[in-house]
Design a protein around this ligand. Structure first.
Ligand code: NAD
Length: 483
């Protein structure tokens, strides 16, 4: 069966069996809304509880499995994803609307993440220390946290689940995974591969359905020890309240309003390139998108002119069409939200530079032109996450002003700077109030073997990815032995 081409019927995967749902949902292609990608199963509270119980019952055995066993399973999953990256990328492009090269790239990254954590399963480390008391040995070891509930957003339907599921399994936890409904088929495709790679029944479970019912059941259930969530700030805050009330471990990755600073000494072609990639690729639907372009006065007008020229030439269209640089918006709701922000920008007095119009293409889809505004820091389009192809330029008097503007946000995911000054680059790296900085690079586009996450309103709890993922997916135990 090829993931990318045929219409799928996607079922839940609970306790090692494929199960139909209590209801079904329809996933459609945002590039051609006439096309059904799948009819997927939707769970209710009872079915979600079955998955949680299965994960709980599988925990004692899996948490004591050997690192070699876990490494072998993860390696096999990674190999199959990599071998089938073209099909998976096509499915992703059909369901989420990323261009085909972006979809294939994301699928490959998901495979690489499983491969990375196959290695990490063999490298779980502890510490041995001298005791402050005579004759006693002390060690610190890492153990799995238990049953992990994984709640994922729609915008990276393969990579984000991969960077949560792979470390969870690598460190001996069991999993209940809930994908976003808009991309249920991608979640199902990942589960289909995982289901054939040697895991005992119940170690990994897939349950699809609404956040309110499936997600909230995971959040509230006493058998779920830890929750890894990526999504909007509003949902994250709700999850934090509920999880904290029952003292579950929780990790939240939420929104961003990331700045890209362009100083007067920057290579302007490179800066425009960073802005185009960071603001508009993946249709601006990335938490790491640079939606605030903070430009030093001497190059402001030249930068805006060049950026306008570049985005006016961007090819927008069907995600599977060759040469397309920006696919459609993911759904009608997000398209309307993007359009409403254009209106808000104009009404607040931001200067509309280019774009934003709805587009007609040969197939009916959620198409719009990339949009650019000149804004002031107090404008809502410069403060609120839009999550679409809408960016604004803010003018800065000098470096200090640019840094202050960059930090003037409740978010703190990532921040970029384009400059040829080592002094300014280093100062920016040190003083940007974010989890990730980029120098002469787009804010979006990160490696999979190093920590990912932010500060302030963007993130809560330990970082994801790389070996730092162990902070969330394990708990430490301190042992004392009188020898
Ligand atoms: P969302 O918050 O609407 O949904 C995310 C997930 O939470 C979905 O699976 C949804 O079904 C589930 N959910 C909804 N209500 C729930 C509830 N009450 N309890 C439990 N689960 C619930 O977000 P989205 O629209 O899917 O994704 C877009 C958002 O994700 C943007 O704000 C974006 O910035 C953010 N995002 C952040 C990162 C990051 O790493 N910081 C990465 C990607 C996306």
């Amino acid at each position: 069966m090829k993931f990318g081409e045929v219409q799928q019927s996607a079922r839940h995967y609970i306790n090692g069996r494929w199960e139909t749902g209590t209801t079904t949902g329809i996933s459609t292609n945002p590039s051609d809304t006439r096309e059904v990608v799948s009819e997927y199963a939707r769970a209710d509270r009872n079915q979600t509880e079955l998955a949680i119980r299965a994960a709980s019952e599988a925990l004692p055995h899996w948490s004591h499995s050997t690192p070699q066993r876990r490494a072998d399973v993860l390696d096999q999953i990674g190999s199959e994803i990599l071998a089938r990256k073209d099909e998976l990328g096509m499915l992703l492009a059909r369901e989420e609307g990323k261009t085909l090269p972006e979809g294939v790239g994301e699928a490959a990254r998901a495979g690489q993440i499983f491969k990375f954590f196959a290695g990490e399963a063999l490298r779980v480390q502890g510490e041995t220390m001298a005791s402050v008391r005579p004759g006693i040995q002390v060690d610190v070891t890492r153990e799995p946290v238990g049953v992990v509930g994984i709640i994922a957003p729609w915008n990276f339907p393969l990579a984000i689940p991969a960077w949560k599921i792979a470390p969870a399994l690598a460190y001996g936890n069991t999993v209940v995974f809930k994908p976003a409904e808009l991309v249920a088929t991608c979640g199902w495709a990942l589960a289909e591969i995982i289901s054939r790679c040697g895991l005992p029944a119940g170690v990994f479970n897939l349950v699809m359905g609404s956040g309110r019912e499936v997600g909230q059941t995971l959040v509230d259930h006493p058998l779920v020890h830890a929750l890894s969530f990526t999504g909007s700030v509003a949902t994250g805050e709700r999850i934090l309240q509920s999880a904290a009330a029952r003292r579950a471990k929780v990790q939240l990755e939420m929104g961003g309003k990331n700045p890209l600073v362009v100083l007067a000494d920057a290579d302007l072609d490179r800066a425009v390139d960073c802005a185009v990639q960071g603001s508009y690729f993946s249709t601006g639907q990335r938490c790491t998108a640079s939606s605030r372009l903070i430009v030093e006065a001497p190059v402001h007008d030249a930068f805006v002119a060049r950026l306008r020229h570049r985005i006016a030439a961007l090819k927008v269209g069907h995600a599977l069409e060759q040469g397309i640089e920006m696919g459609p918006v993911v759904d009608q709701g997000q398209l309307e939200l993007n359009q409403s922000y254009l209106e808000i920008g104009r009404n607040e007095g931001a200067e509309h530079v280019w774009g934003g119009e709805l587009l007609e293409r040969p197939t009916p889809g959620h198409y719009m032109n990339p949009a650019l505004f000149l804004a002031r820091p107090e404008h809502r389009i410069a403060r609120e996450e839009i999550f679409g192809p809408v960016a604004c330029v803010l003018q800065a008097d000098d470096f200090d002003h640019a840094l202050a503007l960059a930090n003037d946000t409740p978010f703190g995911l990532c921040a970029g700077i384009c400059t040829s000054s080592l002094k300014h680059a280093m100062h920016f790296k040190r003083n940007a109030e974010v989890g990730m900085t980029m120098v002469n690079l787009p804010t979006a586009g990160v490696d999979f073997h190093v920590p990912f996450g932010g500060r302030k309103g963007s993130s809560y709890g330990p970082r994801e990815q790389g070996r730092y993922a162990a902070e969330f997916y394990t708990t430490v135990k301190t042992g004392y032995v009188l020898a």
